[in-house]
Design a protein around this ligand. Structure first.
Ligand code: KG4
Ligand code: ZN
Length: 372
């Protein structure tokens, strides 16, 4: 990773172009951050590749990279146009530099470098997970520190977030991410990709108790997750049912089981966090694509309230991948005088808590190679 450079003059108001290309959305956004921390999203454009990947039941890296190349120019132009700003109004460019599918990451990062070079702007190479970590701040004021559950298609981890770039991992998945479990089980129920939203819809009005599903890591004392046992059991169950009512009850049981695990581990992490913080600064944030799920949001909110934590989830549009969160992460770094050099590489893996990732090799790489 390139060293951060200290820049002398920090504008009081940051107007940042953000770029996100780490998975299957080509996204660009313009975000304005004021000196007092107030945030305005001036635009947020997302070109989804869902239709291109749907026939394969998941993201195909080569197709994703090519689509990002085709879309990035027009999405960036659309973000600038709808924000009503010109390149001369920008104070910086922020692009996702990882973790993610590296062919795609390179597209957005190279575009960001080109804009930075052509316009003499500082570049911030943003960790995609740091983007998710700040995403709740796009809709509400959330002060540091906070406890974060980052739960998406590629990641499932609990982090203590003490400030910009200051994360300590309390637990993470030992196999699949929660979104990945939603996607794979949805596929075995014959639902289209991405499976999470489709499974949530199918589960409406279902009976969560009818089909019992295994509870992973029941005796485990930590804050880690495991979804592979649930995935196998649910796939077997999905194959054995035929009626629409049965499928609905399976979907409902799966959603309840994933939610229960997320809630149980978050509850444990909240207890630890509250102890460490002497009962002060008790803020809980959930972010990532799975945070769009209504049952997950409601259950986590109830757990947080019971533990005396405030609860914040990003507005729905900023749960799944977007560039506004990348622009904001960039703005927060620039406000601290942090930027990156133009030789910063794209990184397929980039854990937020590098020390924890090194010390716990049981947490194996997944779909995006970045569950550390
Ligand atoms: O954050 P995201 O857009 O991409 C990653 O960084 O992974 O998350 C996408 C994931 C997918 O697995 C998708 O199925 C899941 O979030 N997801 C949902 C819902 N909306 C998106 N899972 C459950 N319920 C939803 N409503
Ligand atoms: Zn993401």
């Amino acid at each position: 990773m390139s060293a951060n450079l200290r820049r002398p003059a920090i504008p009081a108001v940051q107007t940042i172009l953000g770029l996100e290309t780490s998975c299957d959305e080509t996204a660009a956004a313009v975000v304005r951050r004021h000196a007092d921390g107030r945030v305005e999203v001036l635009s947020s454009a997302v070109a989804s590749q869902i239709a291109e990947h749907a026939p394969y039941g998941g993201v195909v890296p080569e197709i994703a990279a090519r689509s990002h190349v085709e879309a990035i120019d027009s999405i960036a132009a659309e973000a600038m146009r709808s924000a009503g700003v010109g390149y001369g109004d920008l104070t910086g460019v922020a692009a996702t530099a990882g973790p993610g599918l590296v062919g795609g990451v390179m597209v957005g990062l190279s575009f960001g470098k080109a804009v930075a070079l052509a316009r003499g702007l500082p570049l911030v190479a943003v960790n995609h997970l740091e983007g998710h970590a700040v995403s709740a701040r796009l809709g509400a004021e959330v002060a540091y520190p906070f406890l974060l559950l980052l739960v998406s298609g590629g990641h499932c981890q609990l982090l203590s977030v003490d400030g910009v770039g200051l994360c300590r991992r309390l637990g993470s998945t030992m196999d699949d991410a929660a979104g990945e479990a939603f996607d794979k089980i949805a596929k075995s129920l014959g639902l289209p990709y991405p499976g999470g939203p489709a499974l949530e819809k199918l589960a409406e009005g279902g009976d969560p108790e009818r089909f019992p599903l295994p509870r992973s890591l029941l005796g485990h004392k930590g804050c880690d997750f495991s979804f592979s046992g649930l995935k196998t059991a649910a796939a077997r169950l999905a194959e054995s049912v035929t009626s629409e009512a049965d499928r609905r009850d399976v979907a409902c049981a799966v959603q309840a089981a994933i939610t229960r695990q997320l809630a149980e581990r978050s509850d444990r992490a909240m207890a630890l966090y509250a102890q460490e913080h002497g009962g002060r600064d008790l803020r809980f944030v959930v972010a990532g694509g799975v945070a769009a799920n209504r049952m997950v949001r409601a259950r986590l909110e109830a757990v947080a309230r019971a533990r005396g934590f405030s609860f914040t989830a990003p507005p729905l549009a900023y749960c799944t991948d977007n560039a506004a969160m990348i622009a904001l992460a960039g703005a927060e770094r620039l406000a601290l005088g942090l930027s990156d050099t133009l030789d910063t590489p794209a990184r397929p893996r980039w854990p937020l808590d590098a020390a924890a990732a090194l010390s716990n090799p049981t947490h194996t790489p997944g779909r995006k190679g970045a569950k550390a």
